[in-house]
Design a protein around this ligand. Structure first.
Ligand code: ATP
Length: 545
C-alpha cells in the first residue's frame, strides 16, 4: 500500500476525486430537478415560462454529469496507468538483483501468479478504493447537508442509510466473504503454479501415464476453486440484495417526512419529488464502496507481499564504495567455505585455488562435490560463507557487481533458451554481433548444420523445444562465447553430447585465448592443455574419490 501511495501523483489524484464527487452530486441534482420539473409540469402545465429554470437545470445537470464523468475517467485512468507503469517497473527491477540465488526455492508459477495478482490488486487501489472512499465522504456529506436543509429530520435518513450501505453492508460482506475470498486467492495461486508446472513438464507427464494423474490433479484443483467461488458468490448475492434494497428505504423516508408537510400544505409538492429523488440519487456516493471494502484487505495483503519481495535481501549486493581496481584477471578463491541456507553441512570448505589469466582449468569430482558452487562464486552469483574470492587480487565483494559480471561469461548446466529466434538467443551474449559472427560461433560449437536448417531467424520453440538437449547446451555455449569477457565459466558442456562432439567442444575451449574454468564429469576428454582440479565433498576422507 505504501508503494502505491508513494507513486500516486497527488495533484491529479485530487482532481480525479473532485471530478468524481462532482459527477455524483450532478447525478443527484439531475434526479432532484427532474422530479421537481415533472411535478411542476403536472401541476402547472399551461406555463412553460415557469418551467424554464427547471428545464435549464435538468439540461445543465444532465450535461455536467456526463462531462464530469468523462473527464474524471480520463484523469483517473491516466493516474492509474502512471501508477501501473511505476509499480511494474519497481517490481521487476526489484526482482533482478534477487536472481538467481535469492529466488532459489520459489515456485516460478507461484511467483508469476502472485506478481500478476498483486500488481492487479495494487493498480485498482485508486480507482476502486481511494477514490470511492473519498467520494463517499465528500458527496455523502454534501447530500446529508442538503437533505437536512429541506427537512431537519431528512438529513438523518441519508446519513444513517449511507453509513449502512457504505460501511455496515460492505463490512459484513467482507467479513462473511473473507474465508471464501482467501480460498479463491489460494486456489488461483495454486492453479497457476500447477498449470505452469504441467505445461513445462507436459512431455514427462504424457510419457508417464499419458497425463492422467496430472489432469486429475488439475481437475481437483479446479473443483476446489469452483467451490470457493460458489461460497463467495452466495455472500455477494446477499450483499447485492441489500445494496439494491436500502436506497428504497431512503425514498420511503423522504415520502413520509416531506410528504407530511405537503399534506399539511406547509411544503411545496415540488420539494417532495426533488427530495425523494435527490435522496435516491445520493446513494451513488457510496456505490463504489461495496467493491472497495474487500479490495482494501486484498490490496493491503498484496502491498505486504510486494514489500516483502522488495525487502528480500539479494544474495549479493554492490559494495558501498569502490574498492581497489583489479590488477589483471587471475581468479582465486582463498580459504573459501560455502554453507547453503538451511543446509546442515557445508558444500565447500577451505577451498584454495588460483586460476591464472588464460589458464584452462577443469574442475572434476563426484556429484555434489561443489563444482557448480565454485562457478557461482567466481561469477558472484553468491558470496562465500567464509574466505574470499579474488579477481586480479581484489575481493569480488569490493568490486562493482556490474564489473564482476562483465568479467565473466557463464554457461550453466541447463542454459535457459527463451522461445525466441536462434539469433535472438545468441545476441543475448552480444547484442551488436552481426550475422557473420553468429554463424562463425555456431560453427565453433558444431551447430552450423542445424543453424543452416533452422535459419538464424528461425524460432527455437518454447523454451528451446525445437532443439535437442545437446543443441540447447551448445547454443548456451555459443551465447557465452559471444560475450567479450576475459573469464569463461562452463558447467558440464559435454553432458548431452556424444563423445566426438564432446571432444570437439572441449578442444575448442582449450584453444580459447581467455581463461576457462570448466566443470566436467568426463576427465578422459582432457589433454595436457587442461589443469585438472579435483574437488571432494567436505569431510570426505583422503583417498576416497
Ligand atoms: N541452492 C542450493 N541450496 C541448497 N543446497 C544446494 C544448493 N545448490 C547446491 N546445493 C548443494 O550443495 C552441494 C554442492 O552442489 P553443487 O551443485 O555445487 O555440486 P556439483 O559438484 O556441481 O554437483 P553435480 O556434479 O551433481 O552437478 C550439493 O550437496 C547440493 O545439494
Amino acid at each position: 500500500m505504501r508503494a502505491v501511495l508513494r507513486h500516486l501523483p497527488r495533484g491529479r489524484t485530487a482532481l480525479a476525486v473532485a471530478l468524481a464527487t462532482g459527477t455524483v452530486l450532478s447525478g443527484a441534482a439531475l434526479l432532484a430537478t427532474s422530479g421537481a420539473l415533472v411535478t411542476n409540469a403536472s401541476l402547472r402545465p399551461e406555463s412553460l415560462l415557469v418551467l424554464l429554470p427547471l428545464i435549464t437545470s435538468v439540461r445543465a445537470f444532465g450535461l455536467s454529469r456526463a462531462a464530469l464523468r468523462y473527464v474524471e475517467r480520463l484523469v483517473s485512468h491516466d493516474v492509474t496507468l502512471r501508477l501501473v507503469a511505476r509499480l511494474r517497473t519497481d517490481l521487476l527491477l526489484g526482482l533482478v538483483p534477487l536472481s538467481p540465488a535469492a529466488l532459489t526455492g520459489v515456485r516460478g508459477g507461484e511467483l508469476l501468479a502472485r506478481l500478476h495478482a498483486d500488481d492487479d490488486a495494487l493498480q485498482d487501489v485508486l480507482l476502486r478504493l481511494l477514490a470511492p472512499a473519498a467520494v463517499a465522504v465528500l458527496a455523502g456529506s454534501a447530500a446529508v447537508v442538503l437533505a437536512a436543509a429541506v427537512h431537519p429530520g431528512l438529513g438523518a435518513v441519508p446519513a444513517a442509510l449511507l453509513l449502512l450501505l457504505g460501511v455496515v453492508v460492505p463490512a459484513w460482506a467482507d467479513r462473511a466473504g473473507a474465508p471464501a475470498a482467501r480460498a479463491v486467492a489460494a486456489a488461483e495461486e495454486a492453479r497457476g503454479a500447477d498449470v505452469l508446472d504441467l505445461v513445462r513438464g507436459l512431455a514427462d507427464h504424457v510419457g508417464g501415464d499419458g497425463g492422467a494423474t496430472a489432469l486429475a490433479a488439475a481437475d481437483a484443483r479446479l473443483r476446489e476453486q469452483e467451490a470457493a467461488e460458489r461460497a463467495a458468490a452466495r455472500v455477494a448475492a446477499v450483499a447485492t440484495l441489500l445494496r439494491e434494497g436500502v436506497p428504497a428505504l431512503g425514498l420511503v423516508a423522504a415520502f413520509v417526512l416531506v410528504g407530511g408537510g405537503v399534506a399539511a400544505g406547509e411544503t411545496s409538492p415540488l420539494l417532495l419529488a426533488a427530495a425523494a429523488l435527490g435522496v435516491l440519487g445520493s446513494f451513488e456516493a457510496v456505490a463504489g464502496l461495496g467493491a472497495a471494502w474487500p479490495l482494501a484487505g486484498g490490496a493491503r495483503a498484496a502491498g505486504r507481499r510486494v514489500e516483502a519481495l522488495a525487502a528480500t535481501p539479494p544474495a549479493v549486493v554492490d559494495p558501498e564504495g569502490p574498492g581497489p581496481r583489479p590488477a589483471g584477471h587471475d581468479v582465486a578463491p582463498v580459504d573459501v567455505g560455502v554453507t547453503y541456507p538451511g543446509a546442515s553441512s557445508p558444500a565447500l570448505a577451505h577451498l584454495d585455488l588460483v586460476v591464472r589469466a588464460g589458464e584452462k582449468v577443469a574442475l572434476v569430482g563426484p556429484s555434489g562435490a561443489g563444482k557448480s558452487t565454485v562457478l557461482a562464486l567466481l561469477l558472484r552469483a553468491r558470496d562465500p560463507s567464509a574466505g574470499r574470492v579474488l579477481l586480479g587480487g581484489a575481493d569480488l565483494r569490493r568490486l562493482p557487481l556490474d564489473e564482476v559480471r562483465a568479467a565473466s561469461a557463464w554457461v550453466p548446466q541447463e542454459p535457459q533458451v527463451p522461445g525466441a529466434s536462434l539469433a535472438g538467443n545468441l545476441r543475448m551474449g552480444d547484442p551488436a554481433a552481426d550475422d557473420g559472427r553468429l554463424r562463425a560461433v555456431l560453427a565453433d560449437v558444431g551447430l552450423a548444420d542445424r543453424a543452416a536448417d533452422l535459419g538464424l531467424d528461425g524460432w527455437v520453440g518454447e523454451a528451446g523445444s525445437r532443439l535437442s538437449a545437446g543443441e540447447r547446451a551448445r547454443l548456451g555455449l555459443a551465447r557465452a562465447l559471444l560475450r567479450p569477457a576475459p573469464l569463461l565459466l562452463v558447467d558440464e558442456p559435454t553432458a548431452h553430447l556424444d563423445r566426438a562432439a564432446g571432444a570437439a567442444v572441449v578442444s575448442m575451449l582449450a584453444r580459447e585465448p581467455r581463461t576457462v574454468v570448466m566443470v566436467t564429469h568426463d576427465a578422459t576428454l582432457l589433454d595436457e592443455r587442461w589443469r585438472v582440479v579435483v574437488l571432494r565433498p567436505p569431510g570426505t576422507p583422503p583417498g576416497i574419490p
